[in-house]
Design a protein around this ligand. Structure first.
Ligand SMILES: [Zn+2]
Length: 402
């Protein structure tokens, strides 16, 4: 009764919040619900199959993919708005009654969400540096996961990331998926013993015995392959990282009873997730929005934009959700975009400008906002790469101007 009443009050606060434009309604509703009924997540998850999706990069896309895969079997609730901390999680649990719930989960909140929802399955993607003021060390997050996952039944985990493998081994059973790890600079030290983690091609291992598990599923080109199956992935989103996200989702859905090819076919129509890779038109220019919020994300984003030749707008901020310490910019290999016209913008555009100059890039200018930035570039398609707050700002400005 208390949870039902608190959920109603939460929804009322949401609509009031939206009406007065005071903030993002869903999170406020979730906060009210948690304050009035702290036991709500436990009660609302009772009797439902809850699946958590966590990692530094790809959790919004992978959870969207996984929800689509599992809908081939029946109704699924999902925090599609990306609200992945306790307020967003409880709000999603309260908003629906589907027997299956896919929850994108912030990596720092995975232990809490697991304890509250008693999820039996977690999909674990990767861990790398992000929001340095909040997650000081990747090893600390991996260690927190390791303690929490002792209560997990089944980890569907990327076997190419030692920071994921170590905690996943604490779960009762594992499905290992080999999707690769392009960014390895945060995986040089063994998360178990602190010694060097050696890599040779795909393989990795440490003297303490922690080593790459043999994958049950592996990504081969655009196929997901096991010893007995080959599944063609149909991915509308560009880039290698999204193939990896699709592979993780289809492997997880299969372990939960979905037909692998039907699950893969369900991904065909998804061409934009929360605005990512969406194309907005302004003054005859088509601007494709690409999110990149940490070194690993930038490496993947540079792979996507370097597949084409479009000029670039790089929008950069460092507000709370971005992480207030932007020093990691110096780990991103920006030489890949040398020779291409670039305009930088955003509240920390100067940091980006200095970084690109230090890389030796010469054709770099600065604009006060993304719309002005587009106007400074030659006609034709443009790629706008932005970190989190700058992405939201760019999207809003372009929509407003169109
Ligand atoms: Zn070790």
């Amino acid at each position: 009764m208390r949870v039902v009443a608190a959920a109603r009050l939460g929804r009322l606060c949401e609509s009031l919040s939206r009406g007065t434009r005071l903030g993002s309604g869903g999170v406020i509703g979730g906060r009210v619900l948690l304050a009035l009924a702290p036991q709500a997540p436990r009660e609302l998850a009772e009797g439902r199959e809850v699946v958590l999706v966590s990692g530094t990069n790809g959790k919004t896309t992978t959870s969207t993919y996984l929800a689509a895969c599992l809908r081939t079997r029946g109704p699924v609730d999902h925090n599609a708005d990306g609200a992945n901390t306790p307020a967003g999680v409880v709000r999603t649990l309260a908003a629906g009654s589907a027997p299956v719930v896919v929850l994108e989960t912030d990596e720092g909140w995975l232990p809490w969400t697991l304890a509250q929802t008693r999820a039996r399955t977690a999909v674990l993607l990767n861990l790398s540096r992000d929001q340095l003021h909040r997650h000081h060390e990747v090893a600390a997050v991996a260690s927190g996961w390791h303690s929490a996952l002792t209560r997990l039944d089944h980890a569907v985990a990327n076997c190419d990331d030692p920071d994921v493998v170590f905690p996943a081994l604490a779960a009762r059973r594992q499905t290992w998926v080999g999707v690769g790890l392009r960014w390895t600079q945060d995986a040089l030290v063994c998360p178990r013993c602190g010694r060097e983690c050696r890599r040779a091609a795909q393989d990795w291992g440490c003297r303490c015995g922690l080593r790459r598990p043999t994958p049950d599923w592996r990504l081969e080109g655009a196929d997901l392959v096991s010893d007995t199956r080959r599944v063609a992935l149909h991915v509308g989103l560009p880039g290698r990282a999204n193939l990896a996200n699709a592979a993780m989702a289809v492997a997880a859905a299969t372990s939960l009873g979905a037909d692998p090819q039907a699950a893969a076919d369900a991904l065909r129509e998804i061409v934009s997730v929360a605005g990512r890779y969406g194309v907005l038109e302004h003054a005859g220019r088509r601007a494709r929005l690409v999110l990149a919020k940490n070194p690993a994300g930038w490496v993947e984003a540079l792979g996507v934009v370097c597949a084409g030749t479009a000029p670039l707008v790089l929008a950069f901020g460092s507000d709370g959700v971005d992480g207030r310490d932007p020093s990691w910019l110096y780990d991103v290999p920006f030489a890949a975009i040398a020779g291409r016209p670039v305009v930088v913008t955003g509240r920390r555009a100067t940091d980006m400008l200095v970084r690109l100059q230090m890389e030796g890039l010469t054709d770099v200018r600065r604009a006060p906002d993304v719309v002005s930035a587009l106007g400074m570039l030659p006609p034709g398609p443009v790629d706008v790469v932005a970190n989190y707050s700058a992405f939201q700002d760019s999207r809003r400005e372009l929509r407003h101007a169109s």
